[in-house]
Design a protein around this ligand. Structure first.
Ligand code: KG4
Ligand code: ZN
Length: 383
């Protein structure tokens, strides 16, 4: 992966991600015939990244532009929804134009426009949805609504050309912790999920408590590399009698209690050891549940998805556990684990091929459930 990064005057970081593989220029003649390739323009704005990408046949990324607002939210210790929406409005046209230009294509070369319409922050989602609808309305290009988590799962298709359903996917992001059986493209069965905080949320809250700041996940990942994961023993983030569910709020409270007790006793604590021990408790339970799910459901492939899937310790732990259990392990590059539009283009392609189309009533659905095909077909939702 080649990441071309530049910080703009307003603090936003613009990134263009290239695979590093030899790029094949799109064959415009073939595309004009509409037969050989399907080219999707994808838009993502569900949280604090404005992103646009051009993806061919679901797996080949022709361009991938991400405008990250992280620096703007860091001062507040978390994402401020109104700031996120306002920045999306400023950046979205630029991202779309840049994605088309880097793919060396024009809007008329595009077969469908895929956009994230949930779950996420409503004001943020509305920007991408409105942009996609306006483009579709003006050009007549079909519109496809994409579920953000289906996008994360589909990020696995981009660099693993051989990966096909069925497989088990561990989805761990800022808002979700799900164990999912991907039965077919766009067909999901949720077999386990968090009962309280999502894994990424736990990383963010613990990072804040130990003074590492925002965004918590990458900071804990980095601090843990300098710490001892066995220094402090924290409870496993499990639920009794629910073999695939998770609970991270008890673990988070245990970390907060540990900090308070240390402070009351006038003792200091080692941030790196605390980060490593907390991270180990999360990684252990995620690994154990995921491996057991693959074996008990009789599959031989495990994929990971979502921002927390970029965690170094989690990737290493799953890779080793898969090797020990003869399971093929798939993971997107870290930059494709966090929010981006290439993954929305990958998911959008399989939806498009199934005939899924949204009409111009498509709306943002902040709490859209995974695999809710009914809503996707009709486009219209009530909030
Ligand atoms: O998937 P994502 O980019 O956005 C959502 O859809 O939520 O995930 C963001 C989450 C945040 O909670 C962030 O702290 C976490 O992913 N994250 C990480 C790492 N990188 C991002 N967590 C642990 N280790 C990381 N390296
Ligand atoms: Zn996400």
């Amino acid at each position: 992966m080649i990441i071309d990064k530049k910080t703009e005057d307003d603090g936003v970081i613009m990134m263009s991600i290239k695979s590093g593989e030899k790029e094949t220029a799109p064959d415009k003649e073939k595309e004009a015939s509409g037969k050989d390739h399907v080219t999707i323009l994808a838009i993502e704005s569900s949280c604090d990244e404005t992103a646009a990408a051009v993806v061919r046949d679901g797996r080949e990324v022709l361009s991938n532009i991400i405008s990250s607002q992280i620096a703007l939210h860091t001062v507040y210790g978390g994402v401020v929804p109104e700031i996120a929406s306002r920045k999306h409005v400023e950046k979205v046209n630029y991202c779309v134009r840049e994605a088309l230009s880097q793919a060396n294509l024009k809007l008329e070369d595009i077969d469908a426009i895929a956009v994230t319409y949930g779950p996420g922050l409503v004001g943020a989602l509305l920007v991408g949805v409105s942009e996609a609808k306006a483009l579709s309305f003006a050009t007549g290009i079909p519109l496809v609504g994409v579920h953000h988590i289906e996008g994360h799962i589909s990020a696995n298709y981009i660099e693993n050309k051989d990966l096909k359903p069925p497989f088990v996917c561990l989805v761990v992001s800022g808002g979700h912790s799900h164990l999912v059986v991907v039965k077919d493209y766009g067909e999901y069965e949720i077999i386990g999920q968090t009962r309280d905080d999502a894994a990424g949320e736990a990383f963010d809250k613990v990072a804040r408590a130990i003074g590492l700041g925002y965004p918590g996940g990458p900071k804990i990942d980095k601090a843990a590399k300098e710490g001892n994961p066995d220094a402090i023993s924290f409870p496993a983030a499990k639920i009794a009698n629910a073999e695939y569910d998770f609970s991270f709020s008890g673990l988070k409270s245990a970390v907060l209690n540990y900090i308070n007790i240390q402070r009351m006793q006038g003792d200091d604590f080692n941030k790196n050891d605390l980060a490593a021990s907390f991270q180990k408790a999360v990684v252990d339970v995620l690994t154990e549940h995921a491996i057991r799910a693959v074996k008990e459901y009789g599959y031989d492939k495990l994929a990971i998805a979502g921002g927390v899937a970029s965690n170094t310790a989690l990737r290493q732990s799953l890779e080793k556990a898969c090797k020990d259990n003869n399971i093929s392990f798939y993971s997107p590059s870290p930059v494709l684990c966090t929010d981006n539009a290439a993954m929305i283009g990958a998911a959008g392609y399989y939806e498009y091929m199934k005939g899924v189309r949204a009409d111009l009533t498509l709306n943002a659905v902040p709490n859209l459930p995974l695999g809710d095909r009914e809503r996707r077909f009709h486009g219209r939702q009530s909030l």
